[in-house]
Write a protein that binds this ligand. Structure first.
Ligand SMILES: [Zn+2]
Length: 92
């Protein structure tokens, strides 16, 4: 009776490593050797998560967090997309 696991699984940001509900994070997915930003949150594949902070994006780029998570080169356009998304989030 004590082990109730009904909560939404949290995911960790690639920058600050803070845990947040999946729906509040931007998802980056690797699928069939391609990496893309999953705006629907429903794509198949292995995911990494980003909280939307510009600081976290810098940390992730500097520490090559996505490269490490996916074990491959990350195209510049992925970072461009994340940058766009993070600046959009800051305006709100
Ligand atoms: Zn973060």
């Amino acid at each position: 009776m004590t082990d109730i696991k009904k909560h939404i699984p949290n995911r960790k940001c690639i920058g600050c490593r803070c845990s947040k509900p999946k729906g509040q994070l931007i998802r980056i997915v690797k699928y069939n050797g391609n990496v893309f930003v999953d705006k629907t949150g429903k794509s198949d594949g292995r995911g990494a998560y980003f909280c939307g902070s510009a600081v976290c994006l810098k940390t992730a780029i500097k520490s090559r967090r996505l490269e490490k998570a996916f074990r491959m080169q990350i195209p510049a356009e992925i970072y461009n997309t994340l940058e766009e998304l993070s600046s959009n989030m800051e305006v709100q």
